[in-house]
Design a protein around this ligand. Structure first.
Ligand code: ADP
Ligand code: MG
Length: 661
């Protein structure tokens, strides 16, 4: 064994779960379901799956152990850690599997994976026969996929008595899980946490990013040794804050007012190498001088999914990006929203891992008491169920109303989902699955996207639609840094296609492919290289599914001068329900609900066409439609269902007349 292995092993023996190992092993002897609750950092995610491995190694018989995570970053990072702990190479005995990235081998017996991926596997293997044990981690987060998996596993375990299921959670709502899993026994891992002093602001903060930066610098200049964890809501915000903290901190250091600092961002789209930086040790200050410090600026990944040792100060603006769904207007969007009291407590707890700490809440105590919910609603209550329904159907569950959900979705939302899938041609009127539906479920995509993709061979432009699908499934490829808006816009102008953003994206991708070998190209053209690379990767994977399903790959660009029309027609085949119409007033309104919307300023469309198809609605200060193309009303009816005949609010225009004739 390597030296690193031995050092790690000593640390592992000090983790609170280590003392519970025998208890755990005896509980799984006596019960098929076990609920395990323990503070963040007590060793649940890294240790419990290993206990299972060593316990079952002799009788795994080629089966695997899976541990699910709601977040990709957690799955990757923990898999790496456990591979180190077991002294094996990541991707061999221990691996991970997240959407579009399978890092496992035939040798793999322990696999960390997103809950979504396990759900996807259950579609082709209804009894999850390749696993001997499944650990559902972070169950308290109540993600959509975890909720469905819980219902599914409850069912599967009725016939597969050899399957062991462990439900792990960081908070103490264990009773609900125990009850749901037929009164499963509970293993409570006693935490070893230190007291955390909580501070509130006396008044509401106007700009929480600015307030967070200010608080970091105050702590850094005045407080004794200890690292800082700041919770912000997204990539852009985090990168901006990191830059400013670094800049101001270095200035303070030059004035000899504080020690060296290391600022590290943490969010889901970071590369694995960049993610690992959060675990690096803080810089050391000069002897007798002010302390050096590590400052981690993170999304709520750091709330319970990843433990960073050495954190003593937590800064919590009380917000996170959350999926919000409004079933009336059928918009699902990520919105910066207030966190729950339970989350605020978790966040504060991160300061007391190694010694007494301090948590600075950037809101008032009254706001905490009166405005924050006790708990966030489970995601299933905030989701567009279209994809879920398709997945459940594919899992062989026909009676959705009787599916044993821990918290069933609102009937209204379920109906909307069935309706959407019916219009897309995925479900028959009696809600049985069509051939199209089965084909759609083969793609890890939203129903509109998968519909557009499987229709594209009929338009002979599947090559282009594949690219477009990949590009809208990854984070934005165009960057527009603060202070460099002009050169960024000028760079983008070279790719702009007047018919709309999907075509502009396509142009940028084709240029990128031509210049792939040129390391300067992305930076010069204000293209996010990581996004482009992941689009290339996603495209490859989707192409593989297309080929497997026998869908023809054909190109229209370079072969047909009407390529733009053809591509936009293909887009309509999936997105015919997401269209806005120009009203006589000159403003746009969505077709389905007559909701006023504004074309996003980033759009390539500079004219004011009568009909605009949009990929998403973004709610910020206004209701924007983003990633748009100009369309012709006739295309909306082509080959689609009776959606428009059912639509009551169709505006008075040529399209309607055409329809009535
Ligand atoms: P839990 O799941 O209960 O929150 P984990 O099993 O994730 O706890 O973490 C247990 C401990 O393992 C952490 O406190 C930390 O010290 C260590 N650890 C986990 N991941 C890493 C990593 N990537 N690098 C270094 N240490 C890690
Ligand atoms: Mg964990």
């Amino acid at each position: 064994f390597s030296k690193k292995y031995k050092t790690i092993l000593q640390g592992r023996r000090k983790l609170p779960v280590h003392d519970q190992r025998e208890n755990f092993l005896s509980l799984i002897q006596s019960s098929q379901f076990v609920v395990l609750v323990g503070e963040t950092g007590s060793g649940k995610t890294t240790q419990i799956p290993q206990y299972l491995v060593y316990n079952e190694l002799s009788h795994l018989k080629g089966k695997q152990i899976a541990c699910t995570q709601p977040r990709r970053v957690a799955a990757m990072s923990v898999a790496q850690r456990v591979a180190d702990e077991m002294d094996v190479v990541l991707g061999q005995e221990v691996g991970y599997n997240i959407r579009f990235e399978d890092f496992t081998s035939p040798k793999t017996f322990l696999k960390y994976m997103t809950d979504g991926m396990l759900l996807r596997e259950a579609m082709s293997d209804h009894t999850l026969s390749r696993y001997s044990a499944i650990v559902l981690d972070e169950a308290h987060e109540r993600t959509l996929s975890t909720d469905i998996l819980m219902g599914l596993l409850k069912e599967i375990c009725k016939t597969r008595k050899d399957l062991q299921v462990i439900i792990m959670s960081a908070t103490l709502d264990a009773g609900k899980f125990q009850k749901y899993f037929n009164d499963a026994p509970l293993l409570n891992v006693p935490g070893r946490t230190f007291p955390v002093e909580v501070f509130y602001t006396s008044e509401a903060e106007k700009d929480y990013v600015e307030a967070a930066i200010r608080t970091v610098l105050q702590i850094h200049s005045n407080e004794p040794e200890g690292d800082i964890l700041v919770f912000l809501t997204g990539e852009e915000e985090i990168e901006t804050a990191c830059r400013e903290i670094k800049w101001e901190g270095e200035d303070l250091m030059r004035q000899n007012k504080c020690g060296p600092l290391m600022v590290v961002p943490l969010y889901s789209t970071l590369s694995p190498v960049a993610q690992q930086k959060i675990f690096a040790a803080a810089p050391v200050g000069r002897p007798g001088g002010p302390p050096g410090r590590k400052i981690v600026v993170s999304t709520n990944i750091a709330e319970t999914s990843l433990t960073i040792d050495g954190i003593v100060y937590v800064i919590d603006p009380g917000l996170s990006k959350q999926k919000v769904y409004n079933p009336r207007i059928r918009i699902e969007s990520l919105l910066v929203s207030p966190i729950s009291k339970a989350s605020a407590q978790q966040r504060a707890g991160r300061a007391g891992r190694t010694r007494p700490g301090k948590a600075y809440r950037l809101y008032t105590e009254t706001a905490f008491d009166e405005e924050l919910l006790e708990q966030t609603y489970p995601e299933i209550m905030r989701s567009n169920l279209g994809n879920v329904v398709l997945q459940l159907k594919q899992l062989g569950i026909n009676d959705l109303v009787r599916f044993d959900f821990m918290d069933p979705p609102a009937p209204e939302t379920l109906m909307r989902a069935l309706e959407l899938l019916n219009y897309l041609g995925a479900l028959e009127d009696d809600t049985s699955m069509t051939k199209t539906g089965r084909l759609m479920a083969a793609f890890p995509l939203d129903p509109q996207l998968s519909k557009m993709l499987i229709e594209s061979p009929n338009h002979k432009c599947s090559n282009e639609i594949l690219t477009i699908t990949a590009l809208i499934s990854v984070p934005p490829i165009f960057v527009r840094p603060r202070g460099a808006e002009k050169p960024a816009d000028a760079a983008k102008a070279k790719f702009v296609h007047q018919d709309g953003d999907h075509l502009t994206l396509l142009n940028a991708f084709l240029e990128y492919k031509k210049n792939e070998r040129n390391p300067q190209w992305c930076r010069k053209n204000f293209i996010n290289e990581r996004s482009m690379k992941s689009a290339v990767n996603v495209r490859k994977q989707l192409l593989r599914v297309m080929e497997k399903k026998g869908l023809a790959i054909t190109s229209v660009m370079g072969n047909n001068r009407f390529y733009s029309t053809i591509i936009r027609k293909a887009i309509c085949s999936g997105y015919f329900m997401q269209v806005a119409h120009r009203e006589p007033s000159g403003h746009y309104a969505t077709l389905k609900d007559n909701q006023p919307v504004v074309l996003h300023p980033s759009s390539s469309i500079k004219s004011k066409p009568e009909w605009i198809l949009y990929d998403e609605i973004v709610l910020t200060s206004r209701t924007y439609i983003r990633t748009c193309v100009e369309v012709n009303v006739d295309w909306l009816f082509e080959g689609t269902s009776d959606y428009y005949t059912d639509l009551s609010s169709f505006p008075n225009c040529d399209g309607k007349r055409a329809l009535e004739q």
